[in-house]
Write a new protein. Structure first.
Length: 546
């Protein structure tokens, strides 16, 4: 097999036969490709094999980094395998843990197995030259390409022949035998060439799937055109195959297949997200229209939601930046709710910028605070609706916003989401509860997202939040804070000085608009308070996205 690359390469525009550097791969993408390769060979540690959390959230492998393994007994029990990255930075060597694996056994055989896994990992990145030192003897001949078990050719053929006969007798043990055959020969393709007089009784589809699992591009290209009647399954398989090889296989299926079912396409997108390969996910989204058997408007939103909820926040944000407002509008209704629930203000603002229209609804218009809120937001660009259940005030405005849209009712527990829904749709009879006297906040009465068809649109009633802590909200650098106040928009860029903080500078257009009564003093005061909290935070101190 080809070594796993830590860098990305693409054909040169001047000469497509030459490749040029295109940046570093993300740690998550490299880890998934390695885990997939070890799993296919039966070489995953039996307790766990996990990536260090410091490398999550789209962090890239440093340029020029190298990988090495260490194996030893643990302090208490088991044997540990550490995969580390090493690179030069500011004229010094930096070493960081990348992956840790563990087996519970402590026998000599367990230690030997962990050393074999270390050898497989080393070869996965360094190719045939990366053999683990424990298994080399002085004067030993170089191994054939991709070989792991140390046998001479006659021994190899004897064992392969025996394994073939065993495979024919024991069909139930096929998967385990297959793993051992791959260890012996490097790939299923090499195995088929080695024992050609005993051909496998497999369909073209089965051989294509094996080529996908082994990462054999040449074999895949020869087989997949004969198996396109099962394009749905092939797309799912290639989309989940990590690494550049998996991406090329996926593009091949997309270029040849049409009328792929929406369910298979959604599964493929989710599996592509799991590999950490953002380019592959974007390719699936871009080519969906020509490959799907029927339109799937929610595809982009589903991919964003899956990435966001499965540890790929950076990928989710990249997808949001590249999608259209129509794609965001068709996203699952719980996307914005989850972003708000996790207090990720940056992502929430990106969704709003892409077409999610927030509407502030004051469900308890009879309270004194309602007038304060109305005055604070009336000069902003955010729509404000005040509800009075006694007179019905505001209900027609809510129906107007629902018409032709998918709307999600979001907010803290006890703010009146279910009460509002009951007023709009008396027949649904959503459960409500009084404010807890002990806690001073609402009780959870809605425990799942429910969608109702009404007023020419759809309403998603969502569970409430228990609390809202500003200190846990997504961090916004001081340079970006002005964009969180949309009413500042018409005045940005009109200030006398570039980089104006809108607090005390001469010739500030925002402060001039405030003086003229065009902006809310309350909203401006909130901006200043938030600015004071972040003004002294350096870039290297920015908290990581949750």
């Amino acid at each position: 097999m080809e070594p796993i690359e830590l860098s990305r390469w693409e054909p040169s525009p001047e000469d497509p036969r030459r490749k040029q550097y295109a940046g570093q791969r993300t740690a998550q993408e490299v880890f998934e490709e390695l885990r997939h390769r070890l799993e296919g060979m039966g070489y995953l540690p039996d307790e766990y094999f996990l990536m260090n959390r410091d490398w999550e959230n789209g962090r890239e492998i440093p340029r020029g980094a190298d990988i090495f393994c260490t194996t030893d007994y643990g302090g208490s029990e088991g044997i540990y395998l550490d995969v580390s990255l090493q690179w030069y930075e500011n004229d010094r060597t930096v070493t960081r843990n990348f992956i840790t694996g563990k087996t519970l056994g402590e026998t000599g055989a367990d230690l030997d197995r962990m050393f074999l896994i270390s050898s497989a990992i080393t070869k996965a990145f360094h190719g045939d030259r990366g053999t683990y030192a424990r298994y080399l003897s002085c004067g030993e001949q170089p191994e054939p390409e991709a070989m792991i078990v140390h046998l001479d050719p006659a021994e190899q053929r004897t064992i392969i022949q025996a394994l073939v006969e065993q495979r024919e007798r024991q069909e139930q043990a096929m998967s385990q035998t297959e793993q051992l055959l791959r260890r012996m020969t490097g790939s299923i393709t090499a195995y088929m060439e080695e024992v050609g007089q005993r051909p496998l009784r497999m369909s073209d589809y089965d051989k294509t799937v094996l080529a996908i699992q082994d990462g054999e591009l040449t074999e895949f290209w020869a087989r997949y055109p004969k198996a396109l009647d099962q394009a749905d399954s092939l797309l799912v398989e290639t989309a989940g195959r990590p690494g550049a090889v998996g991406r090329r296989m996926t593009l091949s299926i997309l270029s040849a297949a049409t009328k792929i079912s929406p369910s298979a396409y959604l599964t493929a997108c989710k599996r592509a997200v799991d590999t950490g390969d953002g380019q592959r996910v974007q390719s699936l989204i871009e080519q969906a229209e020509s490959c799907l058997s029927e339109p799937l408007p929610a595809l982009t939103g589903v991919a964003i939601l899956h990435a966001y909820t499965n540890g790929h926040r950076n990928m989710a944000k990249d997808l949001i930046a590249q999608c259209t407002s129509e794609q965001i509008a068709a996203a699952p209704p719980n996307l914005l709710r989850l972003v708000a629930e996790r207090l990720d203000f940056q992502t929430a603002m990106e969704l709003v910028d892409k077409g999610v229209q927030p509407v502030i609804v004051c469900t308890k218009g009879d309270l004194a605070e309602a007038e304060f809120l109305r005055s604070a937001y009336e000069k902003s660009t955010l729509p404000f609706v005040r509800i009075d259940y006694a007179t019905g005030e505001g209900l027609d405005d809510i129906k107007h916003w629902i018409n032709g849209r998918l709307c999600a009712f979001c907010g803290n527990s006890g703010v009146g989401k279910s009460t509002l829904l009951n007023a709009l749709l008396p027949d649904v009879e959503r459960q409500t509860a009084a404010i807890s006297q002990k806690l001073g906040r609402g009780r959870h009465t809605t425990r799942e997202v429910t969608i109702f068809e009404a007023f020419g649109g759809r309403i998603a009633d969502t569970p409430g939040f228990a609390s809202l802590e500003a200190s846990r909200a997504g961090f916004i650098p001081k340079e970006n804070l002005e964009h969180a106040f949309p009413e500042f928009g018409p005045y940005l860029g009109a200030c006398q000085f570039t980089g104006c903080s809108h607090r005390s500078e001469k010739g500030c257009a925002v402060r001039a608009a405030l003086a003229e009564g065009k902006l809310s003093q309350t909203r401006y005061d909130s901006y200043c308070a938030m600015y004071d909290e972040v003004k002294d935070v350096k870039e290297w101190q920015y908290p990581l996205s949750r």
